[in-house]
Design a protein around this ligand. Structure first.
Ligand code: ZN
Length: 438
């Protein structure tokens, strides 16, 4: 059964145990509480209460390149009671930086003397490109926001997708690796990802793939990740204990490709992990116990729990000790929108001014992006977003047409903070386990 939970604050803004949306509505109707925040839904009690014991939660995070999943989990029962998906704007940032760069570059060579290249452009250590740094910063912003709203005891972050060091040295024994099955599973998943889920010798993909030694084991080839690839049963049989140069002598292009791919086996994994490591190290400074999980274990736990693929569900399965159940199927969708730009003049692609900046009665109390409630003549009210804040507010209700209102007739619900909010509901469909394990 689906239940939606709401954050509850004490009258002095201390986080209390989360309550159901139904109870929150009762408290609001009887004037015992007031709305503190709409996104995420939070109520504040009007009297201070002593509530013991608090139902402590664990905040679990699954950082991804486009989306980062957040889940609040009751640890004892492994139940996800609140979830959120944060959409990043990494690509937009790099695009606008390229644009700015090209404009500045043009300016440098236009009617200026020759300037010698200055060698003071060294990046500090631990530097990340702005598009990646943005992922770390927005994620940490949301971790801090959630910490202020819910009683959280610990944080779990998915730190690595595949533990490459473990794959390279299969002799290392970790707690998870002593179970035996996970090592094979991690290895297989990492290989599928690295070799593009197809046979390395004939590109077939709709067939069970076998783990194949590039340099044959019988001729001294190792079990290390960098010596392994995937092939279909037929190719595996044909290659048998032949050397790769001999087996692919009629196809030099493929041979080159495999050799190149073999070399970069560890480098790309390190690049994927750099953002996650930075995030993990930043979260460590929040004075809470932090644990880390790996992606393969997360995926395995999600399949074991018979849950479909979604960013917030993956987050709920990070470092889970047993099968995970969901109480909510409706994660809060948060999209990073940014705060616009501070450019005074619009320029064309060559950097020439095209439009003058003309601020027209910009208001101090209202801002584009504010979510407001407008009372209509018939007594009903609608929610919507401010498009332009001038003398009258240009306002767009959900799914409706743009209209204007006098600010006196409107009430702010949620001030613009650089994010857009919405909800999606997923169906609790069962996953066919055979589909996932080829
Ligand atoms: Zn094949």
């Amino acid at each position: 059964m689906t239940t939606n939970f709401v954050f509850v604050l004490d009258s002095d803004k201390k986080p209390l145990t989360m309550c159901t949306a139904g109870l929150a509505r009762k408290l609001l109707d009887s004037q015992k509480a007031a709305m503190f925040k709409w996104y995420p839904a939070t109520i504040i009690l009007k009297k201070s209460v002593v509530e013991l014991p608090l139902a402590y939660l664990e905040l679990r995070i699954d950082p991804g390149s486009r989306y980062t999943g957040f889940a609040l989990v009751e640890i004892a029962t492994e139940t996800v009671i609140w979830a959120m998906e944060l959409e990043h704007r990494g690509l937009l940032i790099s695009e606008s930086l390229i644009k700015r760069n090209s404009i500045r570059r043009a300016r440098r060579s236009r009617k200026t003397r020759y300037r010698k290249y200055r060698q003071n452009r060294k990046k500090p250590s631990g530097w990340l490109p702005p598009s990646l740094q943005h992922r770390v910063l927005t994620t940490v912003t949301w971790v801090k926001r959630i910490l202020k709203l819910a009683p959280i005891k610990s944080i779990a972050v998915e730190r690595v997708k595949f533990d490459m060091q473990q794959l390279e040295n299969p002799d290392i024994q970790g707690v998870e690796y002593q179970q035996g099955t996970l090592h094979g599973y991690t290895l297989r998943e990492a290989l599928l990802e690295h070799w593009g889920r197809k046979c390395a010798y004939c590109d077939t993909s709709n067939t069970p793939l076998e783990i194949e030694h590039i340099h044959p084991k019988s001729k001294g080839g190792s079990d290390r990740f960098s010596n392994l690839t995937l092939s279909c049963h037929k190719c595996n049989q044909e290659k048998s204990n032949m050397l790769i140069d001999e087996f692919l002598k009629h196809d030099p292009a493929r041979l080159d490709n495999i050799k190149k791919h073999k070399k970069q086996s560890l480098r790309d994994a390190a690049a994927v992990n750099s953002t996650r490591n930075k995030l993990f190290n930043t979260v460590l400074n929040l004075n809470l116990p932090v644990s880390s999980g790996n992606g393969a274990a997360t995926k395995m736990m999600r399949i074991k729990s018979n849950l479909p693929k979604a960013h917030f569900i993956d987050a709920g399965c990070v470092n889970a000790s047993k099968q995970v159940t969901l109480k909510t199927f409706q994660p809060l969708q948060v999209k990073s929108n940014g705060h616009g730009n501070r450019r005074f003049v619009t320029v064309d692609k060559h950097g020439f001014p095209r439009k003058n900046y003309a601020p027209k009665q910009v208001r101090k109390d209202w801002k584009a992006g504010d979510i407001i409630k407008v009372r209509k003549k018939d007594g009903t009210s609608v929610l919507g977003r401010v498009l332009k804040a001038a003398k009258t507010l240009a306002f767009i209700p959900k799914g409706g047409k743009e209209t204007t209102f006098h600010p006196k007739k409107t009430k702010p619900i949620h001030r613009s903070d650089g994010y857009r909010y919405s909800f999606t509901t997923i169906d609790s469909v069962n996953v066919n386990v055979n589909e996932v394990f080829p």
